[in-house]
Design a protein. Structure first.
Length: 641
């Protein structure tokens, strides 16, 4: 995705004044002037997950003054908001807020107040705040300055690269990676869920119920189709709350991927899912839920009754579908696509789960070809348990990478996958058993075929633990830790052993010395798409040679939790008057990216010369190696001009 520069947003400008009511009473008036296309929201919090309310704070009240009533706001009717997809009270163009006060201390003259608010357009939301100093006698109030020490000022100035050349490049876009692949993965998860003991036996029972209970075959078919649609709808609706979170802060789901605590929690949950599938215990929703839904379905009937039947299926099958849905949820929240990926995945899952109920109602003779329920259903659950174990390691790896614990170096991660694979192969060939397994008389063709596939996968993984050119397992790009996060001594700590710098000043000095253009690589330790770019695009011969021979790469990890040396920590004063503490390497590079490029997504690539002049449009995730190569070539040509 190619991008262009955008200015720092400040869509609301404030005015304030004081109106004297009596000798002791005053009215403070705050007026918000809102840019076209932007909205502010009421002080009254919306029901459910809605916009953050505007909040006024009045300081130093105590014995100086007291508030009379609450801060008033314009009386507006709720309107539908595209961002939050709900009716909310919002203000556009201009909004005035008033607060009456009663003075207690007659010598007190300056009222300090502040407002914190959310402002949104139809695509995004940002948080802003404003501080007011109001004089009761009408005198001019000198604005209080936030004191930032000289070291902080100097280090803050160094974050501004004064990038030039934005006017040379028109906005260009390329199609983003399709979410269709995520949909297919969700669909595959739904198909797998169909083969579990909680769902599979329900197919013939439910289809028979609809076809036999209806007054005619057409009505039975219609009810089956409606039942399938409601199953699909229920799983799609599960993703909606995450869109609301994403609207509050477009980067919130992406930022979750660097949260150490959350990744460890997901790791523990996935281990629990695995042992549940192994049969050591069962994860279920409260039985009263399914009983209540089933009762409503029987009482109400009609469309609503069928909906509750679908909801009952979702609840009673949770012990089998829950871990699969947990995998989908965890993977989406810790990936770069966030809420939309989750919706696509849930859509695929719901569609796969719903299709059989509709198709078998349309073609009831197909029911005769279904295999009978039996021990093979538990085998599917156990196989899923091994898969959950393997997936759990990804979340532990995310935490390990951003904290630099060194617990799961790439070779250790792959070795654990090999061990899990060996365990799965032994199970499929009947060498180990779990609590709910039926006695195995002989190996089925399915077990033998699956076992051979697992052995082939293990063989594919083995080079990954070696220090050879075959260690780059491209089929798994983005999943294991990066190749430079290794037990072996590498030529460099850069992706693919490329020549790079992880320090901006050092990288610029290298570029000047070798007279090469600079590729700023804003990346992250837990960024899946960053690994995919490195292992699938950068690794192609032409792109690799171009990066190695013609560019100086400066890789800046925005999620690096390593603390800066004491002398390099500072406070950054934002344009809105707030202060951000820069304490980690990630804080520093993330702030630098936001200041200079108004972007906080990764991967994010910028080609500049030694004076920080752009040599091409900026680039984000681009899985097409040829397109990425052309982008690099254009930057190089512009550098030589």
């Amino acid at each position: 995705m190619f991008n262009t520069h955008s200015q720092e947003l400040e869509p609301v400008k404030w005015d304030s004044k004081v109106v004297k009511i009596s000798d002791t009473e005053y009215e403070l008036i705050f007026t918000a002037n809102i840019e076209e296309g932007w909205y502010m929201y009421s002080q009254i919090e919306s029901e459910g997950i809605g916009p953050l309310p505007i909040y006024f704070e009045y300081k130093e009240q105590e014995e100086n003054y007291k508030l009379i009533g609450k801060t008033t706001e314009p009386d507006v009717k709720p309107k539908f908001d595209k961002v939050f997809e709900m009716d909310v009270k919002k203000f556009d163009k201009r909004a005035q807020f008033k607060q009456r006060i009663s003075i207690i201390n007659s010598s007190y003259n300056i009222i300090e107040a502040s407002v914190n608010f959310q402002v949104c357009d139809d695509a995004k939301c940002i948080m802003q705040d404003k501080t007011f100093n109001l004089s009761l006698d009408g005198s001019v109030v000198e604005k209080k300055e936030i004191i930032i020490d000289e070291v902080s000022k100097k280090l803050s100035e160094e974050l501004n690269l004064n990038v030039t050349g934005w006017d040379k490049y028109e906005k260009q876009t390329i199609e983003e990676q399709s979410n269709f692949s995520i949909f297919l993965l969700g669909f595959l998860g739904g198909l797998i869920a169909l083969l579990t003991p909680c769902v599979f036996p329900m197919i013939p029972l439910t289809v028979s119920f609809f076809t036999k209970s209806a007054s005619d075959s057409k009505k039975g078919l219609f009810n089956s189709i409606l039942y399938g649609f409601f199953i699909f709808l229920i799983y799609v609706l599960l993703s909606i709350p995450f869109h609301l979170l994403d609207s509050l802060d477009p980067g919130i789901l992406n930022n979750i991927s660097t949260n150490v605590t959350l990744n460890i929690i997901f790791f523990i949950i996935f281990i629990a899912f695995a042992f549940s599938f192994f049969g050591y215990f069962e994860l279920t929703l409260p039985q009263s839920w399914s009983a209540a839904m089933d009762s409503k379905a029987n009482k109400i009937g009609g469309f609503i009754g069928i909906f509750f039947m679908a909801l009952t299926l979702a609840i009673v099958s949770f012990s089998c579908t829950g871990p699969i849905l947990g995998t989908l949820l965890g993977s989406s929240l810790t990936a770069d696509g966030g809420a939309m990926q989750l919706t696509m995945g849930m859509s695929g899952f719901g569609l796969a789960l719903a299709l059989p109920f509709t198709l078998f109602a349309m073609f009831p003779k197909w029911l005769n070809s279904l295999p009978k329920s039996g021990g093979w259903l538990n085998t599917v659950k156990v196989v899923l348990g091994f898969i959950e174990l393997a997936l759990a390691l990804k979340f532990l790896s995310n935490a390990d990478l951003v904290e630099h614990w060194g617990l799961l170096k790439r070779e250790v991660f792959i070795a654990l996958w090999i061990i899990i694979g060996i365990g799965l192969a032994l199970y499929l060939f009947g060498k180990i058993k779990f609590p709910h397994d039926s006695p195995l008389q002989k190996l089925s063709k399915g077990r033998i075929t699956s076992g051979i596939f697992v052995i082939a996968f293990i063989i594919y993984l083995i080079p990954g633990v070696t220090n050879t050119k075959y260690a780059n397992l491209k089929l798994l790009s983005g999943f294991p830790p990066p190749m430079f996060y290794s037990l072996y001594d590498k030529a460099s700590e850069c992706p693919l052993d490329l020549n790079c710098s992880k320090d901006l000043e050092e990288g610029i000095a290298m570029a000047k010395l070798e007279n090469k253009p600079i590729l700023l690589d804003f990346t992250g330790w837990a960024c899946v798409n960053c690994r995919k770019m490195e292992e699938q695009v950068w690794s192609t011969s032409e792109v690799y040679d171009m990066l190695q021979e013609k560019y100086i790469i400066i890789s800046l990890y925005v999620d690096d939790k390593k603390e800066l040396p004491e002398a390099e920590r500072f406070q950054y004063l934002r344009s809105n008057g707030t202060v951000k503490d820069i304490e980690t390497i990630g804080d520093k590079w993330g702030t630098l990216q936001t200041i200079n490029f108004q972007n906080n997504s990764q991967p994010y690539y910028v080609i500049v010369d030694h004076d920080m002049e752009l040599l091409n449009v900026t680039n984000a995730y681009e899985p097409n190696a040829e397109a990425y190569l052309e982008w690099l070539k254009t930057g190089l040509e512009n550098f030589k001009k």
